[in-house]
Design a protein around this ligand. Sequence first.
Ligand code: TXA
Ligand code: MG
Length: 309
Amino acid sequence: MTSLKDAAKSLHDGYIVAFPTETVYGLGADATNQKAVMRIFEIKNRPADHPLIVHINSIDQLGDWAINIPEYAYALAERYWPGPMTLILNRRSNAKDWITGGQDTVGIRIPNHEMALSLIEEFKKIGSGAIAAPSANKFGKVSPTSYQHVKEELSRDLSANDMILDGGNSSIGIESTIIDCTQSKPKILRPGFITNTMVEETTGLILSDSITNIRVSGSFKSHYAPKAKVLLDIEPQPGDGYIAQAEFETPANVIRLIAPKNVEEFAQNLYFAFRKADEKDLSRIVVKQPLGDNLALAIRDRLLKASNN
Ligand code: TXA
Ligand code: MG
């Protein structure tokens, strides 16, 4: 197995390293190396004005990338990092246009995965210690939650010096909560495991519901989409793939993709189920959406976008 020292050296030498996080796998490059970061866009077929998240492993690195960080952002960072939360902050000049998509803000996250944290630690010893990474999938497609997913989707676009690290299955399974921290009150741009209530309780502030012109890729109408058509809350027909919590039975001749026992399991296995349907060449996936707030709300956000294909 390649060591994390080797992987850090690859990053430092300007190569791409796909790495596990607790949310989904990331496609990483040295956040200070423009050429390396541009390759991420090529590999993903991602539009160049689309910002990337900078992954670090300690709160002291925040000041390298951001300025005018509000108290409430520190409160969130201290409480939920390492964890499934990305903070949008005013950028320092280190965060170049090719990271921020030309915006004056930068997205930053400390992921909660031993391998990711150690990789960043090794990278700190020899280089910038900051990894720019989007999810390791083609633009608009389903995020990968295992080494196998990344390999299947991207290995033909990677060169011999690039790497994919194997850190098992992502435990959360959907992307981080994105929180805009550039205004006097926090605003959720993408829902996730860190919920509105958690943010309000930690910051003592009521979330902002103001309209923002910040671009978030997940806010495109269609995203996270498998090849199969995703249909929500209809009766599945014979031959359809079916995703629903365990208490719902599988109708005759319907292909049950997953039967999660709770919303945590639902999030963890959703993208796996999408990929399974595509492997089986199914033309339709019917999903019975989970009810409620919090993680269920984040799952419904992804399902809505997946269903817009
Ligand atoms: O859980 C995650 O966030 C994963 C793992 C790998 O960390 N990453 C991820 O990256 O989902 P990506 O690029 O697929 O989605 C990140 C989102 C994008 O929608 C992007 O637009 C938004 O973060 N983003 C990044 N920087 C931003 C900024 N400065 N302003 C607004 N949105 C930003
Ligand atoms: Mg993505």
